[in-house]
Write a protein that binds this ligand. Structure first.
Ligand SMILES: Cc1cc2nc3c(=O)[nH]c(=O)nc-3n(C[C@H](O)[C@H](O)[C@H](O)COP(=O)(O)OP(=O)(O)OC[C@H]3O[C@@H](n4cnc5c(N)ncnc54)[C@H](O)[C@@H]3O)c2cc1C
Length: 391
């Protein structure tokens, strides 16, 4: 006889694990299927930067709420997420100055601690930084970064404590339908019943949706990060920096290392098969990322490369996710397509998913901005910057 659950979640990245936790806390019998192991996914390889600088009220509020969770993880979820409060700075050039200032003003009205700072204040925060061509900078003292692998596994353990059943190394190979309504899933080991199935498959989200006969505009894109050991006179950790001028982000990592990635809309062009792509870093990327880093942080001319890797973004046309029931009334939900900025939003997204799937009339966070229909209606989510990853 097949097993029956109230909710089945496909995917054990941060979205699947955090949503499973929230749903089980509401008393639902939840099963989560992960084709590999927990944290062995883009979530576990995330740069895990936790900042609140967004252009939309909803996303900024979600980031604000989520930061509170990361800062008080043991109380809100249980266990460790490895949050490091290093502060976060955004550096923009002239064309983005008005957008930055407008963002800071509205973010303050949401209770976010953020301010515009000048070159001198930035130098105090990070003495090694080059402020020569500086136009405008915003600073969030409360932000920082988490440990991605630890966070995903802490959510999984919290979900397990709430009674979630985990099927690891178990790929979902089919979605069972009764007319328009979902009735369960299939794996190589058997069939499982549920009136609600949530697709949290990230970069595999389009393939999983296709199992239910649904096309979603989610592309799996290869992205890279590089690591550099700072010279001894720069051993102290530094704030997270989003540098629009050099189209990079960088943050401290343990062991006196700085992690660097790109803020580049062009990353959406590197579409790959999520089950077969080059997971090691390109030499070209190392040189490019290193050069951009040195432009902003000249002491890194004396740094030493300590490697890097490639992983996947699940990119939609506006770099925002789909969180919706598709089609309405089917019981099949999509919670995928978080591009390069989903990690920090997971605490809020998991509440959104729990509210949506349990039919709560007044959700804490309204999911309508992330509707499936927005692409066809040409109502894409827009930020104030061309760097879609910033949101
Ligand atoms: C290099 C990098 C840096 C990033 N930096 C940041 C950052 O600084 N801040 C930030 O907020 N965000 C960042 N992001 C984005 C963020 O990490 C992602 O948006 C988020 O982790 C996506 O989580 P997810 O659970 O949706 O997907 P994933 O982590 O991809 O999880 C999906 C899971 O589904 C499983 N799966 C797929 N198909 C099936 C199937 N058929 N059956 C069973 N299981 C299946 C996969 O194995 C995978 O484990 C970064 C991402 C990357 C790659």
């Amino acid at each position: 006889m097949s097993q029956t659950y109230d909710v089945i979640i496909i995917g054990g990245g941060i979205m699947g694990c955090s949503s499973a936790y929230q749903l089980a806390k509401r008393g639902l019998k939840v099963a989560l299927f992960e084709k590999k192991s927990i944290g062995d996914s883009p979530s576990g390889k995330s740069s895990a930067i936790i900042r609140q600088h967004y252009s939309n009220e909803l996303t900024a509020s979600m980031a604000h709420y989520s930061l509170k969770t990361f800062r008080n993880f043991d109380e809100f979820v249980g266990g460790e997420c490895g949050f490091n409060q290093t502060g976060f700075v955004v550096i923009v050039e002239a064309k983005d100055q008005a957008g930055l200032e407008a963002n800071v003003t509205f973010q303050k009205s949401l209770g976010i601690q953020t301010e515009l700072i000048g070159a001198e204040a930035l130098k105090e925060l990070m003495p090694g930084i080059d402020t020569g061509s500086l136009v405008a900078v915003a600073y969030e003292p409360e932000s920082g970064y988490a440990d991605p692998y630890l966070t995903v596994n802490a959510y999984a353990q919290a979900a397990q404590r709430e009674g979630v059943i985990f099927y690891r190394d178990t790929e979902v190979t089919g979605i069972r339908l009764d007319g328009d309504k979902v009735k369960g899933i299939e794996t190589a080991d058997g069939k499982y019943e549920s009136p609600i199935v949530i697709n949290c498959a990230g970069a595999w989200g389009a393939g999983v949706a296709r199992l239910a006969g649904i096309e979603v505009p989610i592309n799996s894109c290869r992205v890279q990060v590089a690591f550099f050991r700072r010279p001894q006179d720069q051993a102290a950790s530094h704030p997270v920096v989003a540098d629009f001028v050099n189209a990079t982000y960088f943050r401290s990592e343990t062991g006196g290392i700085t992690l660097v990635g790109l803020i580049d809309p062009g990353e959406a062009n590197a579409i790959v098969n999520p089950d077969n792509f080059k997971e090691y870093m390109d030499d070209d990327f190392l040189l490019d990322a290193g050069e951009r880093l040195v432009n902003r942080y000249p002491a890194m001319e004396r740094s030493e490369s300590t490697g890097g890797y490639a992983s996947l973004y699940a990119i939609t046309p506006d770099w925002h996710p789909i969180v919706d029931e598709v089609p309405a009334g089917s019981g099949f939900y999509i919670c995928s397509g978080f591009s390069g900025h989903g990690f920090k939003l997971a605490p809020a997204i998991s509440l959104m998913v729990a509210d949506l799937t349990t039919g709560k009339s007044k959700p804490v966070f309204d999911p309508s901005l992330f509707s499936y229909g927005r692409f066809e209606a040409n109502q894409l989510v827009r930020g104030r910057y061309e760097y879609s990853i910033v949101g």
